[in-house]
Design a protein around this ligand. Structure first.
Ligand code: SF4
Ligand code: FE2
Length: 627
């Protein structure tokens, strides 16, 4: 078994850029050059634009802003605003999902596909389910979930899912998230001119806001997407640019909210649309995806994954993309001008994400079916405008098995025969594997790509190293797609593992890198580690488990980092956040917060070192547990 070497992916990109050059297309690789070197003040977080007496920049000669704020206050405030941006974004996505569920109906575009999960959540929230119509229940729960965004008193409902000790830590540190919107608002309030400049207070609120995301908004996004579109189960798919088909109409879905892509996938399978595609001279319709929307439809329907974040321009550069259909988040505004160099329709659909040079087809719950059909039709009718001389799809494609929701992982573990475990639906077989040392531990590999790192090289390099050391990987977001693209989610990748992990992969019939979904699905990982701690009878922070985002770039990623750390999981970042201008803030994030949440960050741009440090941390945790 061989992975696709990253050099081949890079060669494919270089070849696509040649097509781009022919049509005068811009690309991120060129823009990076124009933007380098980056502003040092921005890089260190010591530029403040919070009031109009400024902007102020901290230098040895000017150690304070006009208001007297020092570097620590400025860095801390900037960091908190960054987190608030991320938490708002994930949570608003979650809110949109709740709203869609609120409008689900048996004869509408959105249905309840996993009623059992809905009933489980209702029971968790103390809602009577007996004798209720499932759609009435869905609307009742959706209404309550929407209430979590602005609840008047109390803290997030889902905190009770955490392991008891974690909940105590949150209470003691005063970081239990209240209403989701309140934490975001409060962060903006605290960072307004003339409020907090004390790093400790700003970082505390950063953790709280992160938790409002991970155990609030993101969790709503995940859970209610499962209720509507089905809880993922293992499913085979393919990944990399070669999933696009030169003979077919290619529709690429990109963004984060599955409400749009699910319906686009439905209509792409509609015989009427396929017939129309044939009339246009195509053989059929291929839907593939980029970024988390891709993860969502791959996990639930096996829709192939064309690529991750830094592949988004590449799908257009193939010259074979009839439409790139986007919803929200992580969408390059570059797609507008780029699509104009080709026949590609760049279709924006959300009032949250409006861009120049796009065709705007507004998508809403009420008109979803009609708009999805219009989008698919637009793409199909665009096939005839393709310029054959520009078509080049790199023939790179890997097999992948995806769809490992927590429910699916537990079910898969039930198939592992283990005489000591008679209960089903638990993580005890995994606990046994970790305790015995067959598996040394687990790493959650998550996050984006960032041109500051050779795209995917850190994701893939680290995963290869970790699995060779018998460390199981759960992955999400663009990290998961990096893995899938080269073959790390092929079950045959077990051959790259150490003997222990290889045996587990064979017994449980899993790949060594488990696709747990999109970025909001990192909430699944939080419940996974909490349940693992409960089943192991220890605290989350004691588990030989760490988190890693080696190529992260967005505000969302920092919000995630904060809730992962605040849940008790040491988190390793390969790109240093813009906090180096304050040793106080840096020290808090990489050490001080350990007093509150028993975990902290490690920043290490040397990826090899980052991997060594993760393995070291895992082994330290094992030693401390005496296993
Ligand atoms: Fe300068 Fe203070 Fe205004 Fe920031 S808030 S721009 S540091 S005066
Ligand atoms: Fe994402």
């Amino acid at each position: 078994f061989k992975l696709i070497p990253n050099e081949e992916n890079e060669a494919a990109t270089a070849r696509l850029l040649e097509t781009g050059a022919k049509v005068g297309a811009d690309a991120y690789q060129f823009r990076v050059k124009n933007q380098t070197p980056h502003c040092k003040f921005g890089e260190q977080g010591i530029c403040c634009r919070i009031c109009s007496m400024g902007p102020c920049r901290i230098t040895p000669k000017a150690p304070r802003g006009i208001c007297g704020c020092d570097a620590h206050g400025i860095v801390g405030r900037n960091f908190l605003r960054f987190v608030a941006g991320g938490a708002a974004t994930h949570s608003d996505h979650g809110r949109a999902i709740c709203e869609t569920l609120y409008h689900a109906s048996p004869d509408g575009a959105y249905h309840v596909k996993d009623p059992d999960k809905l009933i489980r959540i209702a029971k968790e929230w103390g809602v009577e389910t007996e004798g209720k119509d499932i759609y009435d229940l869905a609307h009742e729960i959706a209404y309550l979930a929407l209430g979590e965004y602005g609840k008047v008193f109390g803290v997030q409902n889902w905190l009770s899912r955490a392991e008891a000790h974690t909940q105590e830590l949150w209470k003691k540190a005063d970081i239990e998230p209240r209403a989701i919107d309140r934490e975001v608002s409060c962060s903006l309030h605290m960072t307004h001119m003339g409020n907090s400049s004390l790093p400790e207070a700003l970082i505390r609120q950063s953790l709280r806001t992160g938790l409002a995301d991970g155990w609030g908004g993101s969790m709503a996004g995940t859970e209610f997407s499962d209720v509507m579109f089905g809880t993922p189960k293992p499913i085979d798919t393919t990944a990399n640019l070669g999933v696009m088909n030169a003979e077919n109409v290619n529709i690429v879905v990109h963004g984060h909210d599955p409400s749009l892509s699910e319906l686009v996938c439905d209509y792409a399978e509609d015989p009427e649309m396929i017939a129309l595609a044939k009339e246009q001279g195509a053989k059929g319709i291929t839907v593939s995806g980029v970024c988390c929307t891709s993860n969502e439809v791959a996990m639930r329907r096996g829709i192939p994954m064309a690529g991750n974040f830094l592949q988004q321009e590449n799908v257009v550069l193939t010259g074979a993309c009839e439409a790139i259909v986007v919803d929200v988040q992580c969408i390059f505004p570059a797609l507008g001008p780029l699509s104009k160099c080709f026949h590609t329709k760049f279709i924006t659909t959300s009032p949250i994400c409006r861009m120049p040079d796009s065709d705007y087809i507004e998508f809403s719950v009420g008109t979803a079916a009609e708009k999805a059909k219009q989008i698919v039709k637009t793409a199909v009718l665009n096939f005839k405008n393709r310029k054959p001389e520009l078509v080049h799809i790199p023939q790179l494609k890997s097999k992948a098995t995806v769809g490992y929701s927590l429910e699916a992982i537990k079910k898969q573990l039930d198939t592992v025969t283990n005489s000591q475990v008679d209960e089903t639906g638990t993580l005890k077989p995994l606990v046994d594997c970790i305790t015995s040392g067959v598996i040394r531990g687990a790493v959650a590999m998550v996050g984006c790509n960032n041109p500051k790192v050779r795209p995917d090289s850190a994701h893939i390099g680290l995963m290869k190293k970790l699995i060779a050391n018998d460390i199981l990987i759960v992955a999400s977001g663009c990290s998961a797609q990096a893995a899938a693209r080269v073959g790390l989610m092929d079950k045959a990748a077990k051959d790259l593992c150490g003997d222990g992990l290889k045996r587990v992969c064979e017994l449980a019939d899993i790949p060594p890198v488990l696709h747990m979904g999109s970025c909001v699905d990192i909430s699944r990982m939080m419940v996974l580690v909490s349940d693992l701690a409960k089943d192991a009878g220890c605290h989350v922070s004691q588990l030989p488990v760490v988190g890693c985002a080696p190529e992260w770039m967005s505000e969302k990623a920092v919000s995630i980092g904060n809730y992962v750390v605040a849940t008790g999981i040491d988190t390793f970042l390969g790109v240093v956040p813009q906090v180096s201008g304050s040793d106080q803030v840096t020290n808090l994030l990489t050490g001080g917060i350990r007093d509150w949440v028993e975990a902290a960050y490690t920043f290490e741009p040397d990826i090899d070192k980052l991997g060594d440090e993760m393995i070291e941390r895992i082994e330290e945790k094992r030693t401390a547990l005496g296993i």
